[in-house]
Design a protein. Structure first.
Lengths: 218, 218
DNA sequence: CAGCAGACTAAACGGGCGTTCAGCGCGCCA
DNA sequence: TGGCGCGCTGAACGCCCGTTTAGTCTGCTG
């Protein structure tokens, strides 16, 4: 059985890497011929190895999910939380994988929903640790809160992508590091403010919302 | 000079409406022939009226922006804030326009960035009113906070779109009302919690972030 | 050495795309 | 009434797409 690693010099792997980059740059509308040229092979070889364009995309998705999974495993078994955060912050190590994920989140599809679910679960775990440590407040709906925070991150990425296409910011799919620093330049302070100080002064609104929801569906 | 209103029975308007719906449903990859068929005209007539597919999309964008602008104007001149909110909540009145905007936000392009800017400005105004009324806390960066809140909304829409494509939720581009209620079912409580109770217990993090940012770029 | 399997390619196929073009019919104005 | 403009169409064009096919080269295996 082959691993995803010792494949890395074969034409198959070269095609997959080229596709990752092309799809991240140009979206999933990019043509097979462009991917083949990038990889230095003929269009027919792409079909030979992956069966179809959908097969190629599925292989990219699988590869990305595997990379994420193995990274997560490594983080859990070998690193302290502080090291994990530092690793996460270093976007360069992910190469085109990050751009591909951003593109998937914008385009939808199976990888996007699986990635969202993974992120929600990871966020929920991470928040639970914070709650236990006392740095994070407990929630009346931990799963919902985690999902809400993931939605927030997706929105920030989407705004970065929109700004990039309008030429106002570096693209998260092309220059993830530059895009990330540009994003943090304006977003960190509002984020910290929203996370540390209640935006709304009326604290009863939460109870009212819960009551309202319970009334609608018992 | 023709207005956008008394056009509404002409073939040109029918094509534009069909395009709005098609693009919202299937994305901007949808073909001209599909739009033409929906409108009950020939593909050539689409080109005759709009010059090209890009021209058609530009016309859709312009129409949507005009609808938004006139709606905003009407809200400002004739309605109380409470009526405005009620109007906003009634998504049915926007018809395919809402779906088209969601699709644009996912796909990027000029409409998306202009719409985001509009939303940011409107949110900033709205928050300023809240601050003056005492219901909203003041911010150290009102513009940034408004943008952050818009990013949050975009993220919720994007998540709804992803869930819809995975068959787990109604699509915001097809059934905006159903999608909106499904969204509010899980998101309102986390939102209210995050808006009324600080997620992080260490209130000095905001000051630290501001200090850090000021240190990096004086 | 024969033969076979698999990596790989050049060329072509069918189809959908956006777009062009020549012309048809109908209402308006001289 | 003749002609002109315009909304509109059917048919075609060229392009690019994903995919197929037939075949070459190479290296392993009996």
């Amino acid at each position: 059985m082959r691993s995803a690693i010792d494949d890395d010099l074969t034409a198959r792997a070269r095609i997959r890497d080229a596709a990752l980059l092309r799809f991240a740059r140009d979206g999933f509308g990019a043509g097979l011929r462009a991917v083949a040229t990038d990889a230095g092979v003929s269009p027919a070889l792409v079909i030979h190895h992956f069966g179809s364009k959908d097969g190629l995309r599925a292989a990219c998705d699988a590869y990305v999910l595997e990379r994420i999974r193995s990274q997560k495993e490594a983080s859990l078994t070998t690193e302290t939380p502080r090291e994990s955060m530092a690793h996460l912050a270093d976007l360069t190590q992910y190469g085109p994988v990050f751009g591909y994920v951003v593109r998937s989140l914008a385009a939808g599809g199976e990888l996007a929903s699986r990635f969202v679910d993974d992120m929600v679960a990871a966020t929920e775990d991470y928040l639970a640790l914070g709650v236990a440590a006392g740095t994070v407040s407990p929630s009346v709906d931990p799963a919902g809160r985690a999902r809400y925070l993931v939605a927030q991150s997706v929105g920030l990425l989407q705004l970065a992508l929109i700004d990039a296409e309008a030429g106002r910011a570096p693209s998260p799919t092309l220059e993830p590091v530059a895009a990330f620093t540009a994003l943090s330049r304006w977003a960190v302070v509002p984020a910290m403010e929203m996370l540390t100080e209640p935006l709304l002064t009326d604290h009863d609104l939460l109870a009212a919302a819960i009551h309202e929801l319970a009334r609608e569906e018992p």
